[in-house]
Design a protein. Sequence first.
Length: 283
Amino acid sequence: MTDAPNTVLAPLLARIAEALERLAPPPPPAPDFSAARLFRHEPKDGAFVPAADYPLSLDLLVGIDRQKGRFVDNLRRFALGVPCNHVLLWGVRGTGKSSVTKAAFVSLTEEFPALKLIEVDRDEVAALPPLFDQLRARTERFVVLCDDLSFEDGAAAAKALKSALEGGVSGPPENVLFVATSNRRHLMPRDHVESQGAIAAAENAEEEMSVSDRFGLWIGFPPMDQDTYLAAIRGYAEQFGLTAPDLDRRALQWSQMRGARSGRVAWQFVRDLAGELGVKLPS
């Protein structure tokens, strides 16, 4: 007789337990950062997707020696656990801002294997505070990179980033270095004023511009002149064994067709030349 109530209650209790699990699912498993050095963060499910190492060496990025030196020095301080600053790399497109970040990171991981790089999408700035909290207790040291950062969503995204960098009452994570690249020194969207009233625009502008002040280190990347552009082409050609008559002339014609000279345009020319010669390049 005593077994009958248990027989009736068991399915009911099982359904209650399942409902509670759906309401409060177990925490996700701890991420495994041993699979790679570079990762891409997926905020929807919290996954860290391994990525291939950046293929170009720091030495191949020419014409930006001052910028490279300043960034590497700050990154080395971070790796050593001594005071350093979050970094804003700003300047015209294609001048090597994100390339410097990734190449410098890869160059230092041999000396500092605890370094990891996580790239986040610029549209997911609101996910930064919980991401930073998730990384806080880890033993690794994380460079979190947001490429082409701006605040198209206005002050709400700016507040989220400020919260992440300031860390609330607990302070920012000591093991996280945030690096952002931008085409603009101040991180406001171009249509900022047109899309808002005058008072709201002024208040949001103050909010968004104040985010730039949270970056202790600003590194500017000026446009590339012709001599530097050609030096980049020659450096790539020598590195990868590419020979062609009138290399400089062809490189300049390529830049004229593109309407710009930059490290990105130089690399695109080299890829085109390598394809013509049947030479494989790092992908």
